[in-house]
Write a protein that binds this ligand. Structure first.
Ligand SMILES: O=C(O)CCC(=O)c1ccccc1C(=O)O
Ligand SMILES: [Mg+2]
Length: 345
């Protein structure tokens, strides 16, 4: 295995890089705009878009993923399209039909709950509105982003049980809490999925090993790219939901191609979020049609890069961030550097 020449790679990345600032059509995760850096490598367009508050130690894994997607060969794809869920931000119940209308054909919806400043009653109303819109045949999953204590989660999942939940994503923040909740609600039949406990953990497999989740949420960018995410899926021995992080269509295409490469894909993917963007970097965004997105690479339209270009100081900030993350990847022994070395292997 040859180590990467990170100095050269920084020039390569920044030579084709564009930083965009895209408006959302629905407030999500406290954001109404999304910044992302896209660049072009020999394999096509790639994206580096950790949230702005992430420090280089965490963001460097996202850069490893972006480099992998720009430079490394891809696995064999087993399908050309993947089913996706509608993503319902923590909106008032009355807004649910408007949000769901952006996800044509999606019969699974993921509903954000436990958001700071919200109440359980609002969460229940939102989930009830989603059930009313989807009908009895739809599947509803909720995502608490670790916002509940074990007892709060127990109370909330009991209150939501009448609406029929496919699973609850990261109901509590830590692996021991998830394990405790899982034993407490065994009678309820609600499954638990781990998201932050996979993508923000030092060891993404610890939650599976602890028996603290029924399934794993797998995100290509935070896990270091398609190849490493595939390794984690194979080692975990649990069903997975491939998801994303409010990426542009370029980042979503990384997730879609990961999903399309997995032998077992029985859950709808959380890859429909281009529908929450009011602008994208391509004329053919990966928005859901008939409940699916296509697992294709994205052709970026240069006019859109110009129209939605970030302010010069934000561009400089992202370019410095790339350099800082490359430094982390270049540190010998950094786990991220081990994963990026496979780019040249
Ligand atoms: O899974 C989805 O439907 C969309 C992705 C999503 O919810 C998300 C997007 C950005 C940041 C965090 C999350 C999350 O799953 O917690
Ligand atoms: Mg989540």
């Amino acid at each position: 295995m040859q180590p990467l020449d990170f100095g050269l790679r920084a020039e390569d990345i920044l030579a084709t890089a564009h930083v965009v600032d895209l408006p959302l059509n629905t407030r999500f995760r406290g954001l109404d705009r999304r910044e992302a850096l896209v660049f072009e490598g020999p394999r096509g367009w790639s994206e580096f878009s950790p949230f702005v508050e992430y420090l280089p130690a965490e963001a460097s894994t996202w850069l490893a993923a972006a480099i992998d997607f720009a430079y490394a060969p891809e696995p064999t794809l087993l399908r050309t399209e993947v089913a996706v869920n509608a993503t319902v931000p923590a909106v008032p119940a009355a807004e649910v039909p408007r949000v769901l209308a952006r996800f044509p054909g999606c019969t699974t919806a993921k509903v954000k709950v436990a958001e700071r400043g919200g109440t359980l009653a609002q969460d229940v109303e939102r989930v009830a509105a989603v059930r009313a819109a989807l009908g009895p045949g739809g599947l509803i999953r909720v995502d608490a982003n670790g916002g509940w204590s074990v007892t709060e989660a127990e109370i909330a999942l009991e209150a939501l049980a009448p609406y029929g939940l496919e699973y609850a994503e990261q109901p509590c923040a830590t692996v021991p809490e998830l394990a405790e909740l899982r034993t407490r609600i065994a009678g309820l039949g609600a499954r638990i999925a781990a998201d932050e406990s996979v993508r923000k953990a030092e060891d993404p497999l610890a939650v599976a090993r602890a028996g603290a989740a029924d399934l794993l949420v797998i995100k290509a960018q935070p896990l270091g790219g398609i190849a490493r995410a595939r390794d984690i899926v194979a080692a975990a021995g649990l069903p997975v939901v491939v998801s994303s992080a409010l990426d542009t269509s370029v980042g979503l295409s990384m997730g879609a191609r990961l999903a399309a490469s997995l032998p077992d894909l029985s859950f709808a993917c959380g890859l429909g979020t281009a529908a929450l963007l009011a602008a994208d970097v391509t004329d053919a965004p990966l928005v859901p049609e008939n409940g699916v997105i296509h697992a294709e690479r994205i052709d970026v339209n240069p006019d859109l890069l110009t129209r939605f270009v970030a302010a010069p100081e934000r561009r400089d900030w992202w370019f410095d961030r790339v350099r800082a993350c490359l430094h982390v990847l270049a540190e010998p022994g950094s786990s991220a550097s081990n994963m990026t070395n496979r780019v040249t292997s």
